[in-house]
Structure formats: C-alpha cells, structure tokens
Write a protein that binds this ligand. Structure first.
Ligand SMILES: NC(=O)c1ccc[n+]([C@@H]2O[C@H](COP(=O)([O-])OP(=O)(O)OC[C@H]3O[C@@H](n4cnc5c(N)ncnc54)[C@H](OP(=O)(O)O)[C@@H]3O)[C@@H](O)[C@H]2O)c1
Length: 258
C-alpha cells in the first residue's frame, strides 16, 4: 500500500533507540525526511549513519527534552534549517520502573520527573511544531503512550503521566482551530515491547520469564518495536485522515480496557 508519505517531514523525539528508532526507519522507508533528537552524540551518530545507509534523508539534533532551552533551540533550528515539519511523533517518555513498588518510599521528585519526561516534553514539542502545521494546512501529532495511558495499573507516577499524554491528544483532537486544517492528534499505546538494553531485555534472563509472559500477554510473546512503528506510519499518512483523538493499543491483547 502506498501510504503517500513521500516528501513529508517527520520529527521523532528520542528517535535513536527502541521504538523511536524503529519509527524513524519505518517513516524513512515510506519516503519521509527524518528529523530526530536525543541526548547522546553516540546514539545520534549511530542513527544518522544507519538512516543514511538506508538512503533516508536524516537530520539529528542533540537535545534533552527535559531542558527548556534545548527544546526551544531544537525547534528553532528545525524551523530555520528544514522549514518546519508535517509529522510530530512524541516518543520520549518512560519511567515505568522508576521509584519503588512502595510508594511511601519513593521520593516525590520521581512523580514530577516522570511527568516532565512524558507530559511536559510532549507539550513542548507539540506547542513548538503546531504553528508550522497550521501554516501548511496539514499535520499529524502522534504520541507514544502506553496501555497504562488507557487503564489503571503499574506505578502511579507512570499511570498518571501516560493518562495525561492521552488526555493531551484527546483534548487537542477537539480543537477545531487545528483539526479543520487537517491536523490530527492520536496516541499509539504499546504494551510490553522487546527493546534491547532496557528493562525487558534484563527481565528475559530471569527464571520463569516465559511463564510470566504467557500469563501477562494473551499472545504469549513480547511485541517488537516495528509492531508499533507500522501503525505509526499508517496514522501519520494522509490515508488516516479521519482518525483523530484515537488511542490505538499495540499489546497482543494485554490491556483490558474496551
Ligand atoms: N518498551 C516498552 O515496552 C514500552 C511500552 C509502553 C510504552 N513505551 C513508550 O515508548 C516510548 C519509547 O520507549 P522505548 O522503550 O523505545 O525507549 P528507549 O529504547 O529507552 O529509547 C528512548 C529514546 O529516547 C531518547 N531519550 C531518552 N530520554 C531523552 C530525553 N530526556 N531527551 C531526548 N531524548 C531522550 C533516547 O536516546 P538518548 O539516550 O540518546 O537520549 C532513545 O533514543 C516511551 O514513551 C515509552 O514510555 C514503551
């Protein structure tokens, strides 16, 4: 299927590892120009090389999504050098295993840090890039949330942050000033996705891991980053023009919310 994404400019926050990297590759494969940010030069260079070797036009910027000056600088450089974007993927997030199971032993700062990483970062990038979409009379804002953005569970700071991201997209999807111009706002809500060098990769080595996964996920296996990236590309495409304010789970049937 031709997703009609050729020539669109897509910005992915945290596009150098895991789900974000897979989204960058997938949208690039569909013909988008890829712009991404992350904190570490090593990952930025790795991703730039990888995408260029795939003949994908790519630009990477060092930016910590938690630092206001970094984000402002990144948005301004993208505006000046690339002339705005068509597609924003708010992928930076996480913190689901931060703090401790015992919330009374978890410093209040964790609640704020997880909120900042997920919600404030998404607000900053969305606010920063929306004007160029308004100018273009077209746009896509896609936020990578979690099944814990649509139902209760996990650590409360993460549950709060992911639900707030969902509320942000849903609220903006009602704003006629944007949506009548062809800008849509949606969430992709992953369940457990197998990412190298992260929590799941470590957990995999534990005894009874397979049993644990079989109980947790009806399909009996972890998802792959490309499972998330495939649906992101569709939602980013002009073909998904009437999908607005949705939260699409990619979880092998894990969540219980309707
Ligand atoms: N993996 C899962 O099972 C799962 C499940 C549900 C939801 N999600 C959501 O999916 C999203 C991506 O998760 P992931 O597991 O793919 O993460 P990941 O593999 O740890 O990758 C995170 C990416 O974001 C960048 N990053 C991290 N902090 C940043 C910051 N402050 N500023 C800028 N860039 C930053 C990282 O690069 P640098 O280190 O260079 O900054 C990296 O490119 C998150 O929103 C997460 O909550 C994941």
């Amino acid at each position: 299927m031709d997703l009609k994404l050729k020539g669109k400019k897509a910005f992915i926050s945290g596009g150098t590892h895991g789900i974000g990297l897979s989204i960058a590759k997938n949208l690039g494969h569909e013909g988008c120009e890829i712009i991404f940010c992350s904190r570490t030069i090593k990952r930025l260079n790795f991703t730039l090389d990888l995408l260029k070797n795939m003949n994908i036009s790519a630009y990477g910027y060092q930016c910590d999504a938690l630092i206001r000056e970094d984000v402002d600088k990144c948005i301004n450089i993208v505006k000046d050098e690339i002339g705005g974007i068509d597609i924003l993927v708010n992928n930076v997030g996480g913190g689901g295993s931060w703090g401790s199971e015992d919330i009374t032993n978890t410093d209040e700062i964790i609640w704020h840090q997880v909120y900042e990483k997920n919600v404030t970062a998404a607000i900053k990038f969305t606010n920063g890039f929306l004007p160029s979409m308004v100018e273009n009379n077209w746009g896509r804002v896609i936020t990578i949330t979690s099944t814990l953005g649509i139902e209760a569970g996990g650590r409360p700071w993460f549950n709060i942050a992911k639900t707030a991201q969902t509320a942000l997209m849903k609220n903006l999807s009602k704003n006629k000033m944007f949506v009548k111009k062809g800008i849509t706002f949606n969430c992709i809500a992953p369940g457990p996705i197998d990412i190298p060098d992260t929590g799941w990769a470590i957990k995999k080595k534990e005894p009874k891991f397979d049993e644990f996964i079989d109980t947790l996920i009806p399909m009996g296996k972890l998802g792959k980053p490309e499972d998330v990236a495939n649906i992101v590309s569709f939602i980013a495409s002009p073909l998904a023009k009437f999908i607005n304010g949705s939260s699409i789970t990619v979880d092998g049937g894990t969540s219980t919310a309707f």
